[in-house]
Each structure stands twice: as C-alpha cells, then as structure tokens.
Design a protein around this ligand. Structure first.
Ligand code: DGL
Length: 270
C-alpha cells in the first residue's frame, strides 16, 4: 500500500498495553514537536503468550487504523513481541517508515566485562526467528542467556508495582541470570523498564540494565529527517490515546497514572 506522507501527520505508536509508554516517553523527548497517537491493545494482551496469527492480525488492524483513520506518517511498533512476529509483514504491506524494537543485545555485548549477558523477554520474542538471528550474530563473542517471563506483563498491567507477587516473580527471573555470571541485563520487552528499579534492586549494584527506547526514538528521528517528514512547528501537546475493550477502563486509568496527565483515552474501534 502506498501512503501519502505528510510531515504534519501524527506518529502512530502501539503496544499490547502500557509498555509502549516507555518508548513514547523517549519519542516525546527526542521529537517534542511531533503529535503522537498511542494505542494500548490491552484487550488482547499479553501478546507474548498468543498465537503468532493473532498478534499479526492485531498489528495489522492497529496499523491500518493509525494510517487510514489518523493519517499517521510513521508507525512505531513499541512492542518487542509484535516486532518479532509482525514487523516484516507490516513493512511488506506499507511504504511509510515502520520503526521497530530490537532487544539491546548489541550494546550489552559491547559493555559486558564477564562476557555473559542476560535477556529478559516474552516467550513470543525469544522464539521468534528475528531474535534467533540477533542472538546468532553474537554467538561465540559473548554468552547470551535468555529468560522468558510468563506472567510478568499481566502483573505490570495490574499496576501494583509494590505487590509482593511482582517482586517474587522478578526475583525468580533475575537471580538465576546473575548467578550464572550475567553483569548486563537486557530488558527485551517494553513493559519491563516500568519495573527497572525493582530489577536493579534484585540484580544488585554490579549489574547494568539496558533497554532500547532511546535508541528507537533516535532512529525514528533519523528516518523522518531523511524523508523530509520532521515537523518543525511549536511543541505539540496534542497527543491522542486509545485502549482496546474489554480492558479499556483499567488501561485508561493506568495510562493516566503512568503519564501523570489527565488525558482522554478513547476506545479503540478495531
Ligand atoms: N510490551 C510487549 C513487548 O515488548 C509486551 C508483550 C506482551 O503483551 O506479552 O514484548
């Protein structure tokens, strides 16, 4: 599909829930003049435990909504799982810039002193061909330990960051990586930076924690500049938010809390 690019169009950003807000924050910082349209697909979360076909269908429907109904000039897949499963498919269907996530294995491999890095991600991300290829690029140079995190996205979406169950699950996920020598942890899911402090506490002071949000925002800025699509007007506060049913109310409340802004969250019509 060939889309008409307009520099004054918004940038569409989507995730299975509130995780993509960690990417949205970096995009707002890097591109303060841009208008952003954010979709939290909480009604279909967690993507990481869903069949690939469903994740691909959701990514396609949300992308179509952002392009056709909101006039998006670029799409940010602010979800590692949807990136692994659907980014090639979306890029084959659309000509506008589609920016996707990649777990920060490359910077982690450059930084580790022990030669061991740990990647926390969803099962969907870790079993994707895209991740296998990424891991393969560093095989031999460093040891890449992987840790699927079933249940973690659900606990984060529940919004109680003080919950004992959340801390206990994180301890079970993080400690084995550190015990096996990882001195660098890669947060390979956009939800996980929301609990970075807890992860850092459990991992201890010698362990570095990395994610990809800021790099993705820089890459987006570069692509828009290259295509003459950067907006140069005054800073935009005109962002819009959608959440999917049936999780709409809960997602909306959590989005407002995490943003610290009383934004309107509309119901996603797809
Ligand atoms: N934020 C998504 C990611 O980066 C979470 C996936 C899920 O819903 O399981 O993978």
């Amino acid at each position: 599909m060939t889309e008409p690019f307009k520099a004054d169009g918004p940038i569409g950003v989507f995730d299975s829930g509130v995780g993509g807000l960690t990417v949205l924050a970096e995009v707002r910082r890097a591109l303060p003049a841009e208008q952003l349209c954010y979709v939290a697909d909480g009604g279909h979360a967690p993507y990481g435990d869903r069949p690939d076909r469903l994740v691909r269908e959701r990514a396609e429907a949300i992308t179509d909504f952002l392009i056709q109904q909101q006039g998006a000039k670029a799409i940010v897949i602010a979800c590692n799982t949807a990136t692994g499963i659907a980014s090639a498919h979306l890029r084959a269907r659309h000509t506008l810039p589609i920016i996707a996530m990649e777990p920060a294995v490359k910077p982690a491999a450059a930084r580790t002193s022990t030669g061991v890095i740990g990647v926390l991600a969803t099962s969907g991300t870790l079993k994707s061909e895209k991740f296998e290829a990424l891991r393969g690029r560093f095989h031999g140079a460093v040891q890449v330990l992987t840790q699927p995190c079933p249940g973690l996205v659900e606990l984060i979406e529940a919004g109680d960051f003080e919950a004992d169950a959340l801390r206990a699950l994180l301890a079970d996920l993080v400690r084995p990586l550190v015990e096996r020598g990882a001195d660098t942890l890669v947060l390979g899911c956009t939800h996980y930076p929301l609990v970075r402090g807890l992860i850092a506490d459990i991992a201890g002071p010698g362990v570095e924690i990395t994610d990809t949000g800021a790099a993705v925002a820089r890459h987006l800025r570069h692509r828009l500049a290259e295509m003459g699509l950067l907006r140069t007007a005054a800073p935009s506060d005109d962002h819009r938010y959608w959440a999917s049913a049936p999780a709409h109310e809960a997602s909306a409340a959590l989005i407002r809390r995490l943003l610290g802004e009383p934004v309107t969250v509309e119901t996603l019509p797809c």
